[in-house]
Design a binder for this molecule. Structure first.
Ligand code: UDP
Length: 239
């Protein structure tokens, strides 16, 4: 089995996926599964950086509903990602995987500050680098953090681990005719108005010719399959 296709990857996990079957928070079995997938990737010689969302705890866009200013809400969302990142770090460490947690907002007691060269050095030493607090700026999402950090660290691909197994021509839950793409170009995604990531995040990938793979992270073993180049999920490239 060859893993030569990818040397360094950025794995984006949504906070919502961490909820598993719960309504809120972190489901322990889901956390463990994600950590195991990452461990397997590292043991196969892949350098792994992780960006995790915060939607299972707080989203900035929700802040209006509870009378909280948007910017304040976005910072709350960024702090939510730190909680998830600490949980992933802890799960990985319990499995004997070396990790470093880096934050876009300074929190010296629990995370290193994000310094690009240090992040790359950690990866070269086969430590899993977890990027917390998104980009540290409001009005962005963790998808944008995933795209920008991936470009900065020279990742070969952004792996967007979600609950669905790829990009469809329409919403498969609403339209039974919807088909899943194995490959699709950045241009086609724009033209068909498909929902892969928010536009800021997506455009960053496109402008820097950074491929994206959308895949179902909840099926055990899928991350390794993606890394082996199996047609799991949808690969988005320039063509
Ligand atoms: N956020 C932000 N700037 C960033 C990253 C995240 O303001 O660079 C905030 C934003 O409010 C977002 C929340 O953090 O709603 C949680 O992240 P996201 O919604 O992307 O998480 P996911 O949907 O992946 O769980």
């Amino acid at each position: 089995m060859t893993y030569k296709r990818y040397r360094r990857v950025l794995l984006k996990l949504s906070g919502e996926a961490l909820m598993g079957t719960q309504q809120f928070g972190i489901e322990p079995s889901r956390l463990e599964q994600y950590a195991l997938e990452i461990k397997n990737a590292v043991e196969n010689g892949i350098q792994v950086a992780v960006v995790i969302g915060g939607g299972n705890i707080f989203r900035g866009v929700q802040s209006d509903n509870v009378g909280i200013d948007r910017v304040q809400g976005d910072y709350m969302g960024m702090l939510a990602t730190v909680i998830n990142a600490m949980a992933i770090q802890s799960a990985l460490e319990q499995m004997g995987v070396y990790t470093r947690l880096m934050s876009g907002i300074k929190m010296e007691q629990i995370c290193e500050p994000y310094i690009r060269r240090r992040a790359i050095r950690h990866l070269e030493k086969n430590r899993v680098v977890i990027f917390a607090a998104g980009l540290g700026s409001p009005y962005f999402t963790t998808d944008s953090a995933a795209s920008l950090r991936a470009i900065e660290i020279g990742a070969d691909v952004v792996l967007k681990g979600t609950r669905v197994d790829g990009v469809y021509s329409a919403d498969p839950e609403k339209n039974p005719e919807a088909v899943r793409y194995e490959n699709i170009s950045f241009e086609q995604v724009y033209q068909q108005g498909l929902n892969v990531m928010d536009m800021t995040a997506f455009t960053l990938c496109r402008e820097n010719n950074l491929p994206i793979i959308v895949f179902d992270m909840n099926t055990p073993g899928n991350l390794l399959k993606v890394l082996q180049g199996e047609a799991v999920g949808t690969l988005i490239t320039e063509y």
